[in-house]
Design a protein around this ligand. Structure first.
Ligand code: DNO
Length: 390
């Protein structure tokens, strides 16, 4: 696999020169300064490409070219937004940037309740506590009918374990984590400057009234069918990111969570340019998914790999597990053998050795990711070596 790294552009505290020193070959980035829905002009695309290349690296993957909510819920402006999307794709294709990651998750790009969950060794990780998330949904967001989305045991935990320790400060922290800190840097709907993020969030949820999974699937297929001719012309591989976590949340339809979902969107638009970002981490957040088996099944339609893995608990909580987890080794083995050149980046590594003081985007530490990249690079070398011995 090609060793890539998510870099957030010239304002990222981690520089391209630092990345060259740690074995990174390709850069994963986006034109974060362009608002969702606007065209990425050839000039802006080339500026970013030249900057990356001037540091001896290549722009391997776009993560993400955002799909606006109106495309997802089929608002009146969707056809114009799709035209803009096609223009951006063509400009990327002309510049030789041919792998484009996106997601089709309504409203929320990804969800965690704790960004610094302590590990016994002094490092910390991202964590998802289902009962805290349910508390946010029921008591802060006050979504009508929210209780019905949770089982009795989760509701018991909300009442007995979470509610008693929630005060105004803890609630504000939870809102900041779920709506702002995890979203601000990747989700163009939400900004760190929003004065009332909860209100903003409610109005985003309202956009999906009446949109169920079937409708969302139709809208995704509509979008993919419309852009495939441009992808064919420029040989661009689209790769949808699975829903994170890979389960239903906040009463929103979620359609990239499991084997059947993946098969459905691939079958809906059977074009090799319609593919998957194999985010082992997102898929493993749902204990029902056999992630190594999914990697084997979908290697041929995978255009980008996210190397991380979660440890789900029976109560629905999960934390990011070590990059040395045997399931991740199996995933790496599959892609190394079946898709040797596919871009891969490590993801959601721990905060360690001073990372916590640096203000990195949530999940995107330097030391933690560097260690994880070292681990995955070691696996890749071992796999390549044993292959050449056979
Ligand atoms: C979170 C990321 C996601 C991902 C997008 C892709 O850390 O994995 O934000 O980049 O969902 O569109």
């Amino acid at each position: 696999m090609e060793k890539t790294w998510r870099w957030f552009g010239p304002n990222d505290k981690i520089t391209l020169d630092m990345l060259r020193q740690i074995g990174v070959e390709g850069i994963v980035t986006a034109l974060h300064h362009i608002p969702n829905g606007e065209v990425w002009t050839a000039e802006e695309v080339n500026k970013m490409k030249d900057l990356i290349e001037s540091h001896g690296l290549r722009w391997s993957v776009v993560e993400s070219l955002p799909v606006c909510e109106a495309i997802k819920y089929a608002g009146p402006e969707r056809d114009q937004l799709i035209e803009n999307y096609k223009e951006s794709l063509a400009n990327l294709g002309r510049a030789g940037v041919k792998t484009v990651c996106y997601n089709f998750m309504p409203v929320l790009d990804w969800a965690r309740t704790d960004l610094e969950y302590p590990n016994p060794d002094g490092t910390s990780n991202l964590y998802f506590n289902l009962a805290e998330f349910a508390y946010f949904d029921i008591h802060i967001l006050k979504r009508p009918g929210a209780e019905a989305s949770y089982d009795a045991e989760t509701l018991r935990r909300v009442a007995e374990e979470v509610a008693p320790r929630m005060d105004a400060e803890a609630e504000a922290r939870l809102v900041d984590t779920i709506i702002v800190k995890t979203q601000g840097f990747v989700n163009g709907n939400i900004s760190e400057q929003d004065l009332n993020p909860v209100e903003k969030f409610r109005s985003l949820l309202d956009l999906y009234k009446g949109i169920d999974a079937e409708k969302l699937r139709e809208n995704m297929a509509y979008f993919l069918r419309a852009i495939m001719p441009v992808c064919d012309e420029w040989d661009i591989n689209m790769c949808v990111h699975p829903d994170d976590p890979a389960m239903q949340i906040l009463g929103l339809p979620r359609i990239v969570t499991c084997d059947a979902d993946i098969q459905a969107f691939l079958d809906a638009v059977p074009n090799p340019h319609n593919g998957l970002t194999f985010c082992a981490g997102s898929l493993s957040s749902n204990a029902a998914n056999d992630v190594p088996a999914l990697a084997k099944k979908y290697a041929g339609r995978t255009h980008f790999v996210h190397a991380r893995i979660c440890a789900p608990k029976p109560n629905g909580d999960f934390k990011e597990a070590s990059h040395l987890d045997p399931r991740l080794i199996e995933v790496v083995r599959t892609f190394e053998k079946e898709r040797p050149g596919v871009p891969m980046r490590v993801d959601h590594a721990p905060l360690m050795l001073g990372d916590e003081k640096m203000g990195y985007n949530a999940g995107y530490s330097f030391h933690g990711r560097m260690l994880a990249l070292g681990m995955v690079s070691g696996m890749m070398a071992a796999i390549q070596h044993s292959q050449s011995d056979c």
